[in-house]
Ligand binder design. Structure first.
Ligand SMILES: Cc1cc2nc3c(=O)[nH]c(=O)nc-3n(C[C@H](O)[C@H](O)[C@H](O)COP(=O)(O)OP(=O)(O)OC[C@H]3O[C@@H](n4cnc5c(N)ncnc54)[C@H](O)[C@@H]3O)c2cc1C
Length: 262
């Protein structure tokens, strides 16, 4: 596991944001556009997340909710934040309803950022593996934007897994990056094979294992459930991936026991 420390140059700041838009990306996933007030400055690293302070049930009880920031800092829209939220439960549905209410009423939303140590911090001269499951693509999108900005010829291998073929809502963006950058490779993966799907299928680690002989020098950013992240790392260690070269939010919010070494 990476032992990177938080960037001390970036203290956590609270902003009263406007919810500019809540738009469907697919049947179950929404893109949220936020904007900080005029005169404010946004400071975060690609791959960090933020916390929304939201009265989810409308009963005056505010909850802190973590979401990956889906865009890298955009000099053309320096106060803009993008989120990708999956409507995977009644709770997530209530969150999306509250955000829509705030958008309709032009009311402010309290947002704290930046959070998280698993931001882009590796030598872009080394090969990079970016792995996402479901809404984990939000963080991987921000990291990809930043890599392309800093080093357009960096070697990057992106894998994105979903359960449903209609959940690949960012396919065009990633396919365009792959078409424009010879060393950037993008592979969407459907978890179970399906007659309507002509792409790869299976567990993410299986597809990556098929594609690589050795992963010794690879720097990996992984985003998804703790089960997916730890399972993928364990399987890819068989191909030489080193956990010290891996970066993921799960190391902070769902740490596991140190593995026994033989
Ligand atoms: C650091 C962090 C970042 C999160 N970012 C997002 C996000 O960008 N979009 C989102 O819909 N939910 C994200 N979540 C989950 C979110 O905070 C709420 O738990 C969720 O919206 C509540 O819905 P649920 O009950 O269906 O969530 P749960 O059943 O708790 O499901 C959580 C979902 O969030 C996904 N997720 C977990 N960590 C991340 C991450 N770092 N980036 C992206 N997805 C993640 C999981 O793959 C899973 O699909 C994040 C959680 C954490 C701890």
């Amino acid at each position: 596991m990476s032992t990177a420390t938080p960037n001390p140059a970036r203290p956590v700041v609270e902003h009263a944001c406007q919810v500019l838009a809540v738009s469907p990306l697919s049947k179950d996933t929404y893109q949220i556009e936020l904007e900080t007030p005029a005169g404010s400055t946004l400071a975060y690293d690609a791959g960090q997340h933020l916390q929304l302070e939201l009265d989810v049930n409308g009963d005056g009880q505010y909850q802190s909710l973590s979401y990956s920031i889906a865009n890298s800092v955009n000099p053309d829209q320096p106060r803009r934040l993008q989120l990708i939220i999956q409507n995977g439960s009644d709770f997530a549905g209530k969150i999306l309803n509250r955000l829509s209410d705030l958008n309709d009423n032009k009311a402010n939303l309290k947002v704290a950022l930046p959070m998280g140590r698993a931001y882009l911090q590796t030598d872009l001269g080394l090969p990079h593996l970016l792995v996402a499951a479901g809404s984990g693509i939000a963080k991987i999108k921000a990291i990809t934007e930043e890599i392309v900005r800093q080093k357009p010829d960096a070697e990057v291998h992106i894998y994105w897994s979903n359960r449903q073929a209609d959940e690949f809502y960012l396919l065009d963006a990633f396919q365009d990056w792959a078409a424009q950058h010879d060393n950037l490779h993008f592979t969407p993966i459907l978890e179970s094979a399906n007659a309507d799907w002509t792409g790869r299928s299976g567990f993410i680690y299986q597809v990556i294992q098929e594609d690589f002989d050795a992963l010794e020098d690879v720097q990996a950013y992984l985003c998804g459930s703790p089960q997916m992240v730890y399972g993928t790392i364990d399987q890819l260690e068989l191909k030489g991936l080193k956990e010290k070269n891996c970066y993921s939010d799960v190391f902070e919010y769902a740490p596991r026991e140190q593995k026994a070494r033989v």
